[in-house]
Ligand binder design. Structure first.
Ligand SMILES: Nc1ncnc2c1ncn2[C@@H]1O[C@H](COP(=O)(O)OP(=O)(O)OP(=O)(O)O)[C@@H](O)[C@H]1O
Ligand SMILES: [Mg+2]
Length: 274
């Protein structure tokens, strides 16, 4: 049974920060003493590249072979290691894998049965999945596999209610079939304009109020020692990705590390700290 030891960073459209949060959540979970597997289920391979494993994207053996019952490839055979955590890399063939999942009756369960369950009942304390931006079969399979999700949000949303609508549309159909715990909604790339004040305040009043971590709350606007709520816009996050490293390895002084650490604590505890 998979509990809060597996989490997808998912839902929402492209470019909100799923990959950035997945990489740094994985790193902070590892920093807290956990064995962590970061699974890149996005065909774009941004998480794979962002942890310095771009070459793995073209690897001969990959997730597709693991999911093929007639193939001897094992999970351990395709996992790669980095300084902080292990990685199940994305691969150029993931779109074909997605087609196979789509066309098989139980395809949606494969990631759960072949990746997440063996990982958490074996060598790993946590599996963090970087999900693709669309709501296709791999995205569904990642939610079904982890049953826990961290949802990034960008302030480019027009409003909290727009986000709420989109979120409900995505979560409701899944919840009809299974339990899906939203561990946190994480506002990302905040840079200090009035819009974000309004949206954070609206979010606190919305059904998501309880899902905002303490570091993402409006009292940070009034605290002169705080850089402001949420994951702030930090060029170091972009550069760390380009450098193929988690933020902690790229800039160990970054003020966002403790926020990713709080997020890791939320995942460990299975509930928001709000
Ligand atoms: N807090 C931040 N500060 C500065 N840049 C950021 C921040 N978060 C994300 N970015 C940058 O924004 C871009 C999109 O982020 P990211 O790739 O994590 O989003 P995504 O949701 O995974 O995108 P996709 O949907 O394409 O997978 C990247 O260039 C990333 O480096
Ligand atoms: Mg991504």
């Amino acid at each position: 049974m998979v509990g809060t030891n597996a989490v997808s960073v998912a839902l929402q459209k492209g470019g909100v920060g799923k990959t950035t949060i997945a990489i740094n959540l994985a790193e902070r979970l590892a920093n807290r003493g956990n064995e962590v597997l970061l699974a890149d289920l996005d065909q774009q391979g941004n998480a794979t590249e962002g942890v310095g494993l771009a070459d793995a994207y073209e690897a001969e053996r990959h997730l597709g072979h693991l999911l093929d019952d007639d193939d001897p490839t094992t999970l351990g055979g395709i996992i790669r290691t980095t300084d902080a955590f292990d990685v199940l890399p994305a691969n150029a063939d993931l779109d074909e894998v997605e087609n196979t999942i789509r066309s098989n009756t139980f395809g949606a369960l494969w990631i759960r049965n072949q990746v997440v369950e063996p990982a958490v009942s074996g060598d790993y304390d946590y599996v963090v999945v970087d999900s693709p931006p669309d709501m296709g079969p791999l995205s569904d399979a990642s939610l079904i596999a982890t049953q826990n999700v961290v949802v990034p949000m960008r302030m480019s949303e027009q409003s909290a209610s727009g986000f709420e609508r989109m979120f409900t549309q995505q979560v409701a159909p899944i919840r009809q079939e299974m339990e899906l715990d939203v561990l946190a909604v994480v506002p990302n790339v905040l840079e200090g304009d009035n819009e974000e004040k309004r949206i954070i305040a609206d979010l606190e009043e919305s059904q998501f109020g309880d899902l905002l971590p303490a570091f993402a709350r409006s009292d940070h606007f009034d605290d002169p020692s705080s850089p402001g709520p949420g994951i702030r816009k930090r060029v170091a996050l972009k550069r760390a990705w380009r450098d193929g490293q988690p933020l902690a390895a790229y800039d160990s002084e970054s003020d966002m590390l403790e926020r990713f650490d709080r997020l890791a604590a939320i995942v460990e505890e299975g509930t928001t700290d709000a």
